[in-house]
Write a protein that binds this ligand. Structure first.
Ligand code: SF4
Length: 200
């Protein structure tokens, strides 16, 4: 399968998730603190390279992939490379929101199964503590049938697009790096074999 096809399939998956997330947000009434961005600064964010293919492909089309790969290789920080802190305040935002990964789209508004087999909302401390009552009510509701995106289902669907790159979970900056390397290697090979690049 070509990179373009994989990007398309990942974007289709994101669209399905977006529809489900909007529905869940409406029915649960859950919301992030405006302009928070704290979850992006967590040093332990993990992701697969495949979920960042749309980001890497976009940079490739902009002619920015190689330069970004260099900058990424130089970064010593464990914070997501894409995160943009705002000056003078303890806040920030995603620098490529449209191209953020699956983990970024799922976190906060999806559920996992806990060790007792119950669904639990996978969200941050700020929501758990700041909206504690709502958080508990939502956990009860999702176990009584309120529809919520399920983490494992979306990751399973992702790995069906490309098992090697969708199933490999790495620290976020390594996932970004691998996504860029894969896209660059693919087109390098195509160039070297003189095949025309079709851009979708
Ligand atoms: S890609 Fe964007 S939303 Fe995802 S962790 Fe990085 S900064 Fe946050």
């Amino acid at each position: 399968m070509s990179i373009e096809q994989k990007v398309q399939l990942v974007e289709d998956l994101f669209k399905d998730l977006e529809k489900e997330s909007i529905q869940f947000e409406k029915s649960s009434g859950l919301s992030c603190v405006a302009g928070c961005g704290k979850c992006c600064t967590h040093p332990d964010i993990e992701a697969s390279p495949l979920e960042f293919f749309p980001w890497a492909f976009h940079l490739f089309l902009q002619g920015e992939a190689e330069n970004t790969l260099k900058l990424l290789a130089e970064t010593k920080s464990a914070t997501c490379f894409i995160y943009q802190p705002l000056a003078f305040i303890d806040k920030g935002k995603c620098g490529a929101y449209k191209y953020r990964g699956l983990i970024c789209r799922l976190f906060g508004f999806s559920a996992n199964t806990d060790k007792y087999g119950k669904l639990r909302l996978a969200t941050c401390k700020i929501i758990k503590e700041g909206q504690a009552k709502k958080y508990e009510t939502i956990n009860e509701s999702i176990n009584q049938g309120l529809k919520v995106p399920i983490f494992t289902e979306y990751y399973m669907r992702l790995s069906q697009i490309d098992f090697r790159l969708g199933n490999r979970i790495l620290p976020v900056n390594q996932a970004l790096k691998l996504a860029l390397e894969e896209v660059l290697r693919y087109y390098e090979y195509r160039r070297s074999t003189d095949v025309e690049i079709e851009v979708v």
